[in-house]
Write a protein that binds this ligand. Structure first.
Ligand SMILES: *[C@@H]1O[C@H](CO)[C@@H](O)[C@H](O)[C@H]1NC(C)=O
Ligand SMILES: *[C@@H]1O[C@H](CO)[C@@H](O)[C@H](O)[C@H]1NC(C)=O
Ligand SMILES: *[C@@H]1O[C@H](CO)[C@@H](O)[C@H](O)[C@H]1NC(C)=O
Ligand SMILES: [Cu+2]
Length: 316
């Protein structure tokens, strides 16, 4: 009779078996929902695992293969704008200049260290951002999670903005600039994972787009809030296809070597932005219930009608 293999010898195959049955949710991620003053707005689920995304989602639909990433070789293609085949959500989450938005990711793998970035682009359409062409959007950076690499205590790969996000129940607070003019905007929120960035084309971008309606003082888009200035530089802002290059020092980087500095990819954060400090990035927001996403009609909004077809695809 053959002796039983020792547990020590079996252990690697047990580990492999465990890895094989782990739910794919542990790989990469997407935005589940956002909370604005405690009210919940659903994101787009590219995996379909949470069932069909509701028509009133504020998250742009994509044909991303589940929770996949966009590689540096796609930085100059439309894939980088709002992920692959990103198409605008019909509805918008109402928000006020000066609010903080709680962005809830569907988990984040600890190994995927890197920066967390947020951009805004205004939409000019009479339906807000509902039919905007992403290629026409000009993005202004409002948060780059500086310094992104917090410390290398204990050695590389160090402690990154993504570790802060994980410690905050996989969430990030995005400050909407107090001086932002009312109107429709797309929020482009993105994590760049650097765990393979020491290899060619190895960085992994996870861009996610959400429609916002920044309310004026009266709730409409016409009245500019007192003291509001044009925070976004308009034509001076950057199309998404010009944000990054594969050769950027913050994209092609070996995080397993001791780094003295980290150059956060993309343009600088606009003056007047209100990024939430690292120390305040904690899970402060719990859902109080569902928010009411809105359809934009010129300078007014109406609650998103529940029977409106959203036209969202779920890739299967
Ligand atoms: C990246 O570009 C390649 C080549 O065009 C394409 O096949 C692939 O779907 C793109 N990937 C993503 C995630 O956009
Ligand atoms: C943490 O995030 C999950 C979603 O990923 C959510 O269901 C849960 O309520 C959050 N926990 C707290 C305490 O907010
Ligand atoms: C984006 O910027 C370009 C170049 O400045 C400009 O031509 C275009 O009109 C801008 N797009 C929007 C939607 O404002
Ligand atoms: Cu991953």
């Amino acid at each position: 009779m053959a002796p039983l293999p020792s547990l020590r010898l079996l252990w690697p195959s047990i580990l492999l078996a465990i890895t094989a049955i782990l739910p794919p949710a542990l790989a990469h991620s997407h935005i589940n929902y956002i909370l604005i003053n405690g009210l919940l707005y659903r994101g787009f689920d590219p995996t379909g695992r949470s069932g069909a995304t509701p028509a009133n989602t504020i998250g742009w639909s994509t044909t991303a293969d589940g929770d996949e990433f966009v590689p540096p070789s796609n930085y100059s293609t439309p894939d980088i704008i709002c992920h692959r085949d990103g198409a605008p959500a019909k509805s918008h989450a109402p928000v006020k200049a000066g609010d903080r938005i709680h962005i809830q990711w569907n988990g984040w793998p600890q190994s995927h260290h890197g920066p967390v970035l947020s951009y805004l682009a205004p939409c000019g359409g009479s339906d807000g951002c509902a039919s905007v062409d992403g290629a026409q959007l000009n993005w202004t950076k409002i948060d780059n999670s500086a310094p992104a690499l917090l410390s290398e205590t204990g050695g590389p790969p160090g402690n990154w903005a993504t570790d802060v996000l994980i410690a905050s129940n996989n969430s990030w607070l995005v400050g909407i600039p107090a001086g932002l003019a009312p109107g429709p905007y797309v929020l482009r929120h993105e994590i760049i994972a650097l765990h393979y960035a020491n290899k060619p084309d190895g960085a992994q971008n996870y861009p996610q787009c959400l429609n916002l309606w920044v309310e004026g003082e009266t709730g409409g888009g016409a009245a500019v809030a007192a003291g509001a200035t044009e925070v976004l530089p308009g034509a001076g802002a950057t199309p998404a296809t010009k944000l990054y290059r594969a050769t950027d020092p913050g994209v092609s980087v070996d995080i397993y070597k001791t780094l003295t500095t980290y150059a956060i990819p993309g343009p600088t954060v606009v003056s007047g932005a209100a990024p939430v400090a690292m120390a305040e990035q904690k899970m402060v927001s719990l859902s109080r219930g569902d928010g009411t996403p809105v359809l934009v009609k010129g300078t007014q909004t109406v609650a998103f009608p529940s029977e409106t077809p959203g036209g969202h695809r779920v890739r299967r």
